[in-house]
Write a protein that binds this ligand. Structure first.
Ligand SMILES: C[S@@+](CC[C@H](N)C(=O)[O-])C[C@H]1O[C@@H](n2cnc3c(N)ncnc32)[C@H](O)[C@@H]1O
Length: 244
């Protein structure tokens, strides 16, 4: 039996970081020049023939063992569902993936830029329990304070973050609003049917769980300093976007 207990996130930071707005605005306004690895290009491009069979796409960013990827794929059987994680160890524990799901080992900071450049436009995009980086000095490692943030937004779709730290949820929601997203919702929820392995562990340990949702279709990302023009989307935004 799996031991469920885990400690809630503990941090000296109890409110959104004071640099949040400045950092988000800087990333929206200045192109990120870090080279993308050839390995990441190869992995992402190897998905293209498989993707051609599907009318829609769902992303599971930081999928861990792929449990959520498999669930999402069964729930949305007409869509391609890609789980992305950088941990070979976690990905190696994946079991029972349906044919419409694939797991790839790539750093998300590369994956999101490549997906944007290739015109992939997910209908739904899940970030389930990203590493919280709870120390104030780790703030810039959180996805909403990372230089890749504008690419994550420009991919569009219905975005859903789940986490077990109120500060991360609040910062993520504020970063969306600072970036021009109007319909941001933050909810506290329980997870009687956990979507992912960490959700099951945190729910069983009695943590408060938070969900941030927004529709990124209306976002004006033409004003973001992205390093390539927006190609014609390879996937029409369609179909499944319901949370849960
Ligand atoms: C707390 S776990 C959550 C896993 C899964 N989403 C779940 O809910 O069970 C965070 C995951 O994000 C992955 N991760 C962290 N930084 C990443 C990055 N830069 N690129 C890809 N994956 C990353 C880790 O390897 C880890 O599997």
């Amino acid at each position: 039996m799996t031991r469920a207990f885990s400690r809630p996130v503990h941090s000296s930071q109890v409110t959104p970081h004071r640099q949040l707005e400045a950092v988000v605005r800087r990333h929206l306004d200045s192109p990120w020049r870090r080279p993308i690895s050839d390995t990441a290009r190869h992995v992402v491009d190897s998905l293209i023939p498989w993707l051609a069979d599907f009318p829609g796409l769902i992303l599971d960013a930081g999928c861990g063992t792929g449990e959520s990827t498999a669930r999402l794929a069964r729930r949305h059987s007409q869509s391609a569902v890609i789980g992305i994680d950088k941990s070979a160890h976690r990905l190696g524990r994946a079991r029972g993936l349906p044919d419409n799901a694939r797991l790839v080992r790539v750093d998300l900071a590369d994956f999101w830029r490549l997906a944007y450049q290739r015109g992939w436009r997910p209908a739904a995009h899940y970030l389930l329990y990203p590493n919280p980086w709870p120390k104030p000095g780790q703030f810039k490692r959180r996805w909403h304070a990372h230089p890749v943030w504008p690419y994550l937004l420009a991919l569009g779709g219905a975005i859903e973050l789940r986490c077990n730290w109120a500060v991360y949820a609040r910062e993520f929601a504020l970063a969306l609003e600072i970036s021009g997203v109007a319909n941001v919702e933050v909810l506290s929820f329980t997870a009687p049917e956990p979507l992912s392995a960490f959700e099951r562990k945190y729910a069983a340990s009695g943590h408060r769980l938070f969900r941030v949702t927004a529709n990124l279709e209306m976002i004006d990302h033409a004003r973001f300093a992205l390093d390539s023009d927006c190609p014609v989307p390879a996937f029409p935004v369609s179909g499944p976007a319901e949370p849960g």
